[in-house]
Design a binder for this molecule. Structure first.
Ligand SMILES: [Zn+2]
Length: 434
């Protein structure tokens, strides 16, 4: 007997071409797949193993965080108000060197708690000891695409990273009922020289997995790349042939008009991290121009040490407000576009071959229920505007991934939240102790 779930709500955001809203509506889910979505129907209720009635609520696709370093939650609030390179070299890299495998597991679970409680159903991670990250994802039920962070400037570490990536693909790619996939994660052109990137590309080809990389994050990175290679980071990786692969490129803040065309043409998925770029003083990515060229732009939080939260509702709002302010154009990034970047574009960036991230018949059931009966969401004129400009992460009431409920009435069902908070605090204090 398959698990059969009925979800009823006042509004269902279907997210087809016309951003259609069904009101009131219902969704039937059999195991992990949506088998009906539409107006309410007379049904024999005894056929269902679970009935979820969302009163004063909206069902929408889950949010997708396309760039983070989950276990960095352990360094949240540890080092702030510093430039990126100084922050990395003096503060982050020294404490990261002390991380043990179990720290990564608990730090990731802390991140997953936060993400689920904020309506994130799927995320892309780049870090170390990724077996532990995969274990946290498998146990918690969240969907994720994981990459071992590769640093190629140190040859021994670089080769070890490639070996670990290979075993990660072998052990975890398409595991956890298909919820977990693996990418290769060369950190950035400034930490991975061309010869090393070449090896990464060969491995991507062999194993048929995408590549997740930081690209053109700061003005300093671009200047350094020009000095060392006589090319910008985007031009360098393009000449190497890297953009011919399936690439998820984080940041892409400092781009020339030609590079914007190139990223669109090569169908590179851009993970835009407005909060992190602002906090680290890195600049603002040319999102309006990228979207004009039909580039695939999705949203991410980056790690909690540089954001300092993993709140995708906030990133969605920021992504719209920032571009409006910068361009002095209130029509830039309308609500539906911000919402699309936070949901559908993210799913397309991370799970391009799967029916994930849309609410329609045949799709995997990754959805969230937002509670609308709150003063800051009243009155209701336009649902999309309400979600992007007025809602907060705490309005997320229920989270379902792959047909399984991970949070109900804001209570996490697959994770012992108290234990995670305890372990997170204990381990974080040990790591930063002199
Ligand atoms: Zn990053």
């Amino acid at each position: 007997m398959p698990e059969k779930t009925l979800v009823q709500a006042d509004y269902i955001l279907t997210w087809n071409e016309n951003f259609e809203i069904i009101s009131p509506g219902e969704i039937v889910i059999e195991d992990s797949i949506i088998t009906y979505l539409g107006a309410r129907q007379e049904r024999p209720m005894e056929n269902f193993t679970r009935i979820i009635v969302g009163e004063d609520s909206l069902v929408m696709p889950g949010l997708v965080n396309t760039h983070t370093h989950a276990a960095m939650t352990l360094f949240r609030g540890y080092a702030d108000d510093m430039p990126l390179m100084e922050w990395l070299e003096k503060k982050i890299w020294p404490v990261e060197a002390r991380l043990r495998k179990e720290d990564i597991y608990w730090g990731t679970l802390l991140a997953v708690c936060e993400m689920i409680k904020g309506g994130t159903t799927c995320f892309a991670d780049m870090y170390f000891h990724m077996d532990e990250v995969a274990r946290a994802c498998q146990e918690s039920g969240i969907r994720a695409s994981l990459a071992q962070g590769l640093i190629g400037v140190d040859k021994i570490k670089g080769m070890a990273g490639l070996r670990e990536s290979k075993s990660l693909v072998h052990n975890w790619h398409k595991k956890g009922d298909g919820r977990i996939t693996i990418m290769l994660g060369p950190h950035a052109p400034y930490t991975c020289p061309p010869a090393y990137l070449q090896m990464v590309m060969e491995m991507a080809e062999q194993l048929s997995v995408p590549i997740h990389i930081h690209l053109a994050e700061t003005r300093g990175e671009v200047a350094e790349c020009l000095k060392v290679y006589g090319q910008t980071p985007v031009s360098l990786v393009n000449d190497l042939g890297l953009l011919e692969y399936n690439v998820l490129a984080a940041h892409c803040v400092h781009l020339t008009p030609g590079e914007i065309d190139l990223l669109a043409e090569k169908k590179v998925a851009v993970a835009h991290n407005p909060g992190s770029n602002l906090k680290l003083g890195s600049g603002v990515a040319p999102v309006i121009e990228l979207l004009k060229k039909n580039a695939l732009v999705a949203l991410g939080t980056d790690g909690a040490a540089s954001n300092n939260n993993l709140d995708m509702v906030e990133e969605m709002r920021l992504s719209a407000l920032l571009q409006k302010g910068l361009s002095e154009d209130a029509t830039a990034i309308p609500a539906h576009m911000a919402l699309k970047m936070a949901t559908l574009n993210g799913s397309e960036a991370l799970f391009p071959d799967e029916e994930v991230g849309t609410l329609r018949k045949g799709s995997k059931a990754d959805l969230i229920i937002m509670q609308l009966k709150n003063p800051h969401l009243f009155p209701l004129h336009n649902l999309l505007a309400q979600i992007v400009y007025s809602a907060g992460a705490a309005d997320v009431d229920l989270v379902m991934v792959n047909g399984r409920v991970l949070m109900e009435k804001r209570r996490l069902l697959t994770i012992d939240e108290e234990r995670v908070l305890f372990e997170g605090q204990k381990r974080a204090l040990r790591l930063v102790k002199d």
